[in-house]
Design a protein around this ligand. Structure first.
Ligand SMILES: NC(=O)c1ccc[n+]([C@@H]2O[C@H](COP(=O)([O-])OP(=O)(O)OC[C@H]3O[C@@H](n4cnc5c(N)ncnc54)[C@H](O)[C@@H]3O)[C@@H](O)[C@H]2O)c1
Length: 428
């Protein structure tokens, strides 16, 4: 059992803290957000993430997990200090390291001798050195341990990792960090810090490229009259291609892919390489938002000006309430800008008065409320719940002709047509 401090109680930090506690470590998790810490001390988890609330409550009960305000209060007797603070996109596309710097500056003088600072935030190549410099401690090692969890299955992914990557110049420090994961028996890769940092960006950029490639193929299918589902299935039987991430949609979003692709383009540029391929990936993505908007406009008869649109889905993906750079909001924002009235429903996102992300959107209590008086229904997030909605009831609520744009290819077109809907999907 080790003493672990986790700095930052967001999607990554809270998951890391709760999961480490669940496998036997003693964890102190810190954040600068007073309300968040006050709630967490009572077992109130501020995000939607399967299994997380249960682990937090179990950790509090066993006494292995505690929450404190401010990084300084977490590190005084830690062996490991995990940095899980934001690394948002700066104006020039690069990753903004100010949160990392300020957390490192705060804990530097307080860390016990021989402690290890672990960078779990997604940070550009060279950040391990930056943290070392800010800490200013010869007796403290800095190790990179990028996180690969997926929101929506974060707890599962942390406890069943495809791999644990550790980047360190000091092998002893790397093995000490690896020891934290022993009971999970992960596939372990120990490498140098620059490679570990690059693995994280390269992985996200590859996945973003897969999404854009699949969306581009869907667009080709629409142009040539092919069915993208069959095309992708036919491709996925090839083991080199595989079946994961092979669904067209409204484009990628969330707190990671957009900023990490931008950061990798920037990292490459600074190093003298023009990553044209990745620039294309980003461009296809922005075009995809527009394509979905165009489908809604066509369904509405050419323009959405003054038209009521029902939107199913607000979160950037199913099984999370995270709205950061959600493709659903990208599409809805464009519809609002063109004069539409948008009534939306998301199973994980209630009305949040004052939240600028939901400005101008009427957030409804259920899927039916969103459809009341709507001329077009657009499906933007792939919640399974939407498959179980009573279509007869939906048809009775919407104005005729009934039209649905399914940007996730989630619903059954035959079933919709039976209920009198005109159906538009992606790539079919
Ligand atoms: N969200 C994901 O799916 C995911 C997956 C892998 C990697 N990452 C990376 O992990 C990092 C964190 O992402 P996130 O989604 O958890 O962010 P988040 O915004 O959900 O959480 C970050 C938390 O850090 C806190 N914080 C900021 N400065 C602090 C300080 N000095 N001391 C204590 N707390 C502080 C914030 O209040 C916030 O609660 C980012 O670099 C991100 O790119 C995210």
């Amino acid at each position: 059992m080790s003493n672990v401090a986790v700095i930052g109680a967001g999607y990554v930090g809270l998951t890391t803290a709760a999961c480490f506690a669940s496998i036997g470590h003693r964890v102190t998790c810190a954040d600068i957000d007073e309300d968040k810490i006050a709630g967490l001390k009572e077992g109130v988890v501020p995000i939607v993430e399967a299994g997380l609330a249960e682990l937090v409550r179990a950790g509090l009960e066993t006494g292995r997990l505690s929450f404190v305000l401010g990084a300084a209060a977490a590190v005084t007797d830690c062996e490991f200090a995990y940095l899980c603070v934001p690394t948002p996109q700066a104006a020039d596309g690069s990753a903004d390291l100010s949160y990392i710097r300020s957390a490192a500056a705060e804990i530097g003088p307080l860390l016990p001798a021989e402690a290890i600072v672990v960078n779990k935030s997604t940070v550009p190549v060279g950040s391990t050195r930056v943290v070392e410099e800010v800490l200013g401690r010869d007796d403290v090692r800095v190790v990179s341990n990028p996180e690969f969890l997926r929101e929506g299955s974060a707890v599962h992914d942390f406890l069943n990792p495809d791999r644990v990557v550790i980047g360190a110049d000091d092998y002893a420090a790397a093995f000490r960090v690896a020891g934290l994961f022993d009971s999970l028996r992960p596939q372990l890769l120990i490498t140098d810090p620059a490679s570990a940092e690059t693995i994280k960006y390269a992985s996200n950029a590859f996945l973003a490229a897969k999404v854009s490639f699949v969306n581009a193929i869907a667009n080709v299918c629409e142009a040539v009259g092919a069915d993208v589902r069959d095309v992708l299935m036919g491709m996925s039987y090839d083991k080199r291609i595989g079946s994961e991430f092979m669904k067209p949609g409204p484009g990628f979003g969330g707190s990671c892919f957009p900023k990490d692709t931008a950061a990798l383009i920037r990292i490459a540029e600074d190093a003298g390489y023009d990553f044209g391929l990745l620039k294309g990936v980003t461009q296809v993505n922005v075009e995809q938002f527009e394509r979905v908007v165009a489908k809604v406009e066509i369904a509405a008869g050419g323009s959405v000006e003054g038209v009521t649109v029902a939107a199913w889905g607000l979160a950037f993906k199913a099984r999370t309430d995270d709205l950061r750079l959600s493709p659903a909001l990208e599409v809805i924002g464009r519809l609002l800008a063109r004069g539409a009235r948008v009534q939306a429903f998301d199973p994980a996102v209630g009305a949040r008065p004052g939240d600028p992300a939901l400005d101008g959107i009427e957030v409804c209590a259920d899927a039916y409320g969103a459809c009341d008086g709507a001329a077009v229904l657009v499906v933007l997030t792939e919640w399974e719940d939407f498959r179980r909605v009573d279509l007869t009831k939906v048809a009775g609520l919407m104005v005729r002709p009934l039209r649905v744009v399914d940007a996730r290819n989630l619903l059954d077109p035959a079933e919709l047509r039976k209920h009198g809907f005109q159906y538009t999907g992606i790539g079919r």
